[in-house]
Design a protein around this ligand. Structure first.
Ligand code: TYD
Length: 136
């Protein structure tokens, strides 16, 4: 597996830093490429308990490790790529129809997810074989 492929879309973030620290702002129609309907975050994570293992039919999202790190795997049914989320400067736009997995969480990881849809279990594809036939 390699990283930096076309399925891993990094957002351009502007970090505003001074001697007090750093600030990143995420605005609709600027950094965030969709209308935000939901925000959630993952925390209290375990390195031996990977998460995700699903795709969405319609939802897209932006993922940022606000603290700590994990490896994000994205898979379009043909190629599978990974990127380490290990900085609040790294924001990945997970576009529609990608299988995603998160592995190797550090115990201090806090993963922010900004989503284009409210929670809807019907939008999930949790079976990899079903995902592959959906992705064709
Ligand atoms: P799950 O999809 O397994 O999380 P992950 O993709 O990080 O592995 O979600 C865990 C549980 O939380 C599951 O019962 C669905 C529920 N859930 C909500 O109720 N609302 C949400 O916004 C999300 C993301 C999950």
């Amino acid at each position: 597996m390699s990283n930096n492929s076309s399925i891993i879309k990094l957002l351009n973030l502007n970090s505003i830093s001074d001697d007090r620290g750093s600030l990143i702002s995420l605005e609709k129609s600027k950094e965030i490429p969709f209308e935000v309907k939901r925000i959630y975050y993952l925390y209290d994570l375990k390195d031996n308990k990977p998460r995700g293992f699903h795709a969405h039919k319609n939802l897209e999202q932006v993922m940022i490790a606000l603290h700590g790190s994990c490896d994000l795997i994205l898979d379009d049914g043909k190629v599978r790529k990974s990127i380490k989320l290990d900085s609040p400067n790294i924001a990945v736009h997970v576009t529609k129809g990608l299988w995603r997995e998160m592995h190797n969480f550090t115990s201090d990881a806090v993963i922010l997810v900004i989503a284009s849809e409210i929670y809807d279990e019907n939008d999930y594809i949790r079976d990899y074989k079903r995902f592959l036939s959906f992705a064709k």
